[in-house]
Every structure is written in C-alpha cells, then in structure tokens.
Design a protein around this ligand. Structure first.
Ligand code: ZN
Length: 106
C-alpha cells in the first residue's frame, strides 16, 4: 500500500524496508548523518515529492495548541480530537503520496 518504486532500480519498496549507512562526509551543518539505502541495489534514496507540503498543516495545529499555555483563552474540548485527527490524516496522506528521489553521497 505504501510501496514506491526505487529511482535507481525501479523495484517496489516500502519506507520501512530501507536500510541506512553513514554518509561518507559529515559536514558542519549535517542534521541526519545516515543515508537511506534501497535494499535491492544499495543506492541512496530520499523521501520527497510535493505531498510533503501537506505536513505544513502541523504548524497551525501545533501553534494553536500553545494558545491555552500562554493566554487565558480555554480551547474547546473538541480541539484536541480534531488536532490529533488532522495530524494523523496529514501524515498518512504525505506518506502515501510521497515518492523516492535519488540521493547522492557527497
Ligand atoms: Zn533500488
């Protein structure tokens, strides 16, 4: 269901089948020191695609979650349920429609 084709060898893999290995060069601003590796051709892939913009919906949901901490306003009770449902749906959509791009070991 979450299978995507590898950009190097075009075999169908799921995101949790990816292996990883450390990058050859780790720079000063390296956030993730490991590369995701296709299990069939052992070449680096990276999750990408325009569907990852759906994750931007996290910003208003999480920001509104901080409102009752810093102000006196009480959020309604349904806000927590709707917020969690929004985050789960957005994450599922982003993972479902994302694609694998080629990554390069610099
Ligand atoms: Zn591959």
């Amino acid at each position: 269901m979450f299978k995507k084709s590898c950009p190097w060898c075009s075999s169908k893999i799921t995101p949790w089948q990816l292996g990883n290995r450390p990058k050859k060069t780790v720079g000063f601003l390296t956030v993730l020191p490991n590369l995701a590796i296709c299990p069939y051709c052992a070449k680096p892939v990276r999750i990408g695609g325009k569907s990852l913009y759906v994750l931007l919906v996290f910003i208003p949901v999480i920001t509104l979650g901080f409102v009752p901490i810093y102000t006196d306003y009480e959020m309604p009770d349904w806000f927590f349920i709707v917020g969690v449902a929004t985050i789960i749906i957005a994450f599922s959509l982003a993972m479902f429609f994302s694609v694998f791009n080629k990554d390069y070991d610099l």
